[in-house]
Design a protein. Structure first.
Length: 366
C-alpha cells in the first residue's frame, strides 16, 4: 500500500481540527517544523537516499550516531560533514549531531574503529580525581569535535547505589553510589566537554541506578527502590549551577511520582518535578522510544505524543526502520499530527518544544 504523504495527512488533520475546535491555521503553522522534534538513528555509513529523506523530507532536528554508522575517523568526519551540509541546504538550520560518548563500554568512537580506549565513569569515580575526570572529558570532547559531533548524550548522573543494577552499575556507567561524588564528577565532565565546544545531556532522569531491570528489555518498576533524596541530588546541584545543557528522561515507572506512566511519558515527572520543582527550563530529550519499556507497552506513535505532552522536547528514535519496513520517524510524525488535530496534544506545548530545540541549536559551537 502506498504511504500517505505529509500533505495528505495535513489535509486530514486540518479537517479534523475544524471538527474538534483546534485552530487549523495554528496546526498548519506547526506542520513544517514537526520533524525538528525528532532525534533519529539510521543505518549505513554514508549519506544515501534513505538518510537524505530523513534530512530533507522528514526534516529531522538531529541525528544520533551508533557503532553501525562508524568505520574509522576519516569516514566519520566525512559523514558528519555531509549530513550537516545537506541538512543546512534543505532546512536552513544546523543539524544536531549527537552520540553516546560516556567513556568505557558506552563509547561509539571506540578502539575497534581506530580510537584509543577511554575510561569508564566507574573507573573515574574509583580514581576520585576530579581533575582526571575533566581531562578525560576534554580528551573525549576533542575527539567528538574532530569528528564533527557537537552533542554528547552524557554524562550519566544515575547514582549507582544498587549493586545488582544491570544497566548502569553492571556496565560501569555510574561514577559512584554517593550522590555528591556523582555530582562532582559530572560537573567536571561537563566542564571538560564545554572546554572543547561540545554540549552535554544529564541522564537518566529521575534515576535508573536503583532498578533491578533494564528498560531496554522491558517494563521497569523502581517504586520500591528509588530514593528521591539520593537520585535527584545531582540534578539539583547541576541545574542550579547552569550546567545542564539538556536532560534525558528514563523509562522507569515510580508510582509515587505517577501511578500510571513511566517518567518519559509522565507530566507529573517532567513538567511537574523536573521543570516545576527543580526549575529546569532547558531542552528535555527522551531516551530511545524504541526501547521495549516504551514501544512494546504503548506503541511508538502514542508514546511520542504522550512524551511531548509530558514536557519532553526531543523524541529520540534510535532505529529509523520499523519491523514491517516502514519509517519510524514518519510514523511518529503522523501520530503527532493526529494528536494535534484531535486536541490530544496542545499546539502551545509543541511550540514550546520547538523553542527549546532552537535554543539548544543556538548554543552549538561555531
Amino acid at each position: 500500500m502506498r504511504r500517505r504523504t505529509a500533505a495528505s495527512l495535513l489535509v486530514l488533520a486540518l479537517a479534523a481540527g475544524c471538527r474538534t475546535g483546534v485552530d487549523p491555521a495554528r496546526l498548519a503553522a506547526l506542520e513544517p517544523d514537526l520533524g525538528q522534534l525528532l532525534l533519529v538513528g539510521f543505518h549505513g555509513t554514508e549519506l544515501d537516499a534513505p538518510v537524505d529523506r530523513l534530512l530533507c523530507e522528514v526534516r529531522v532536528g538531529g541525528v544520533v550516531l551508533f557503532a553501525r554508522n562508524i568505520v574509522d575517523p576519516g569516514q566519520l568526519a566525512r559523514l558528519t560533514r555531509a549530513l550537516a551540509e545537506r541538512a543546512r541546504a534543505c532546512t536552513g538550520r544546523r543539524l544536531l549531531i549527537a552520540v553516546d560518548a560516556e567513556g568505557g563500554r558506552v563509547m561509539r568512537l571506540a578502539p575497534g574503529a581506530g580510537w584509543a580506549a577511554t575510561l569508564s565513569a566507574q573507573e573515574l569515580g574509583d580514581a576520585n580525581d576530579f581533575t582526571l575526570t575533566e581531562l578525560e572529558a576534554r580528551r573525549i570532547g576533542r575527539r567528538l569535535r574532530e569528528a564533527g559531533i557537537d552533542w554528547n548524550l552524557a554524562p550519566v548522573v544515575d547514582v549507582g547505589y544498587n549493586p545488582a543494577n544491570p544497566v548502569i552499575v553492571g556496565t560501569a556507567r555510574a561514577f559512584s553510589a554517593n550522590p555528591w561524588l556523582v555530582a562532582e564528577h559530572a560537573r567536571a565532565f561537563v566542564r571538560g566537554m564545554h572546554a572543547e565546544g561540545v554540549l552535554t545531556a544529564l541522564k537518566h532522569f529521575p534515576g535508573h541506578g536503583s532498578s533491578y531491570a533494564d528498560s531496554h528489555e522491558g517494563f521497569v518498576d523502581v517504586t520500591d527502590t528509588a530514593s528521591a533524596e539520593v537520585e535527584l541530588a545531582p540534578y539539583r546541584m547541576l541545574i542550579a549551577e547552569g550546567l545542564a545543557d539538556a536532560v534525558m528522561t528514563a523509562h522507569v515507572w515510580n508510582r509515587r511520582l505517577d501511578p500510571e506512566r513511566p517518567a518519559t511519558l509522565s507530566r507529573a515527572t517532567v513538567a511537574g518535578l523536573l521543570r516545576g520543582v527543580l526549575g529546569f527550563d532547558g531542552p528535555v530529550v527522551s531516551d530511545d522510544l524504541r526501547m521495549a519499556a516504551i514501544e512494546q507497552r504503548y506503541g511508538l506513535g502514542a508514546a511520542a505524543a504522550l512524551a511531548l505532552d509530558a514536557g519532553v522536547d526531543l523524541l529520540l528514535i534510535a532505529d529509523d526502520r520499523l519491523p514491517d519496513g516502514g519509517s519510524a520517524p514518519e510514523a511518529t510524525l503522523a501520530a503527532l499530527r493526529r494528536a494535534l488535530a484531535r486536541g490530544r496534544l496542545d499546539p502551545a506545548r509543541v511550540a514550546a518544544a520547538l523553542a527549546h530545540v532552537d535554543a539548544l541549536r543556538a548554543r552549538l559551537a561555531p
